[in-house]
Design a protein around this ligand. Structure first.
Ligand code: UD1
Length: 312
C-alpha cells in the first residue's frame, strides 16, 4: 500500500485531501508548522493519520518524514497576495525555499511523485480568457511569483533529476474550513463570516472583478488523480471549474442564501490584484480525466451550511 505525505496537511485544502485519503483507507502522513494550519481541521479523522509539526524551511527536520513515502502532495505555503506584498521575504522563504527543500527531500528519499499546489495567480494581467497553460506567466505580486518559481523548480527537478512532478494551478479554492479570521483569508470565507456576524462585507474595487471560484472537493479530486495519472508528469495543469463569477454576483447569491439584502461597502482596489480569472480545463480533462463535479452555486450553499453548523 502506498504512503502519501501531505505538506500543509492541517491547512484548509490540505485537511480535505488528508480526509479523503483517510476515507479511502490510504496510509497518510501530514506535516504542518501550524502557521495557518489548525489541528482542529484534522480532529475528526486524527486517529487514522500520522501528524507531525515541521516547518518546510528546515530541510534537516523535513527529511525523516519523507522516508518510505510514495506520493508527496505539497501544499504547505503562505497564501495571500496582500500578505506577500506586506512581507515578501517570508512568502519567498516559505514558498520558494520551502518548495526547494520539499523537492530535495523527495528526490533523496526516492519518492515516486510530487504534486505541487501552484496558483492561477501565475497568469496575472494577461488579458486572454480563459487561461490556458501555455499562456506566458505574468505574475503581479510576490505571492504569484513564488508560485511560478515553484512550478519551474518542479519542472527542473523532473528534467534534471528525473523526479516526477506535477504542478496544479488551483483557481480560487473555497469551501468548509477556510479560515475567515484573518484579513488574508479567501474572499468567500470573509463574506460568509460577515453575513453571519451581521457585519458589512467589503469589496476592494467595483466588485466586477471575477474569479473561477472552485469548490474544494473538485481540487481534491484533481489532486489525487495527479498523483498517478501517467500523462501528467512534468506538466503544469489548471484546476478550476471553467467559469467566472464576479464578487457582486457572489454577494447577490449570498443575499439569496441568507434571505437578506446586504449592500457591501466598496473600498479602493487592492494592489497586485488580478482583474478577471477563468480556467480552461481542457488539459486537466485530457491528462487527469478530471471533470468538476460541484459548481460554484452548489459549493457556496454547501460552504454556508458548513459555516452555520460550525458556529451553531
Ligand atoms: C489568488 C489566486 C488564487 C490563490 C490565492 C491564494 C488569482 C486570480 N487567484 O487569489 O488562485 O488561491 O491567491 O491567496 O490570482 N476581496 C474583496 N474583499 C475582501 C477580500 C478580498 O473584495 O474582503 C477581493 C480581492 O481584492 C480580489 C478577490 O476578492 O479581487 C479575491 O481575493 P482573494 O480571495 O484574496 O483571492 P485572490 O487574490 O484572487
Amino acid at each position: 500500500m502506498p504512503t502519501f505525505l501531505v505538506t500543509g496537511g492541517a491547512g484548509f485544502i490540505g485537511s480535505h485531501i488528508v480526509e479523503e485519503l483517510a476515507r479511502r483507507g490510504e496510509k497518510v502522513r501530514a506535516i504542518d508548522n501550524f502557521a495557518t494550519g489548525r489541528r482542529e481541521n484534522l480532529a475528526a479523522f486524527r486517529d487514522r493519520i500520522d501528524l507531525a509539526e515541521v516547518d518546510i524551511r528546515d530541510l534537516d527536520a523535513l527529511r525523516p518524514h519523507f522516508e518510505g513515502v510514495d506520493y508527496v502532495i505539497h501544499l504547505a505555503a503562505l497564501p495571500s497576495v496582500p500578505r506577500s506584498i506586506k512581507d515578501p521575504l517570508t512568502s519567498n522563504a516559505v514558498n520558494i525555499n520551502g518548495t526547494l527543500n520539499v523537492l530535495l527531500a523527495a528526490r533523496d528519499a526516492k519518492v515516486k511523485r510530487v504534486v505541487f499546489a501552484a496558483s492561477s495567480s501565475a497568469y496575472g494581467d494577461n488579458p486572454v480568457l480563459p487561461r490556458v497553460e501555455n499562456h506566458e506567466p505574468r505574475p503581479l505580486s510576490p505571492y504569484a511569483l513564488t508560485k511560478v518559481a515553484g512550478e519551474f523548480y518542479c519542472q527542473i527537478f523532473y528534467r534534471i533529476y528525473g523526479l516526477e512532478t506535477v504542478a496544479l494551478r488551483y483557481f480560487n479554492i473555497f469551501g468548509p474550513r477556510q479560515n475567515p479570521n484573518s484579513p488574508y483569508s479567501g474572499v468567500l470565507s470573509l463574506f460568509i463570516a460577515a453575513y453571519q456576524r451581521e457585519q458589512t462585507p467589503v469589496i476592494f474595487g467595483d466588485g466586477e472583478q471575477s474569479r473561477d471560484f472552485t469548490y474544494v472537493a473538485n481540487a481534491v479530486d484533481a489532486t489525487l488523480r495527479a498523483c498517478t495519472a501517467p500523462k501528467a508528469i512534468g506538466k503544469v495543469i489548471n484546476v478550476g471549474v471553467g467559469e467566472s463569477h464576479t464578487l457582486n454576483r457572489a454577494i447577490s447569491l449570498l443575499n439569496g442564501i441568507f434571505s437578506c439584502q446586504v449592500t457591501p461597502r466598496y473600498e479602493a482596489p487592492r494592489a497586485g490584484d488580478v482583474r478577471c480569472s477563468q480556467a480552461d480545463i481542457t488539459l486537466a480533462r485530457e491528462l487527469l480525466g478530471y471533470v468538476p463535479s460541484i459548481r460554484f452555486e452548489e459549493g457556496l450553499e454547501r460552504t454556508v451550511a458548513w459555516f452555520r453548523a460550525a458556529s451553531a
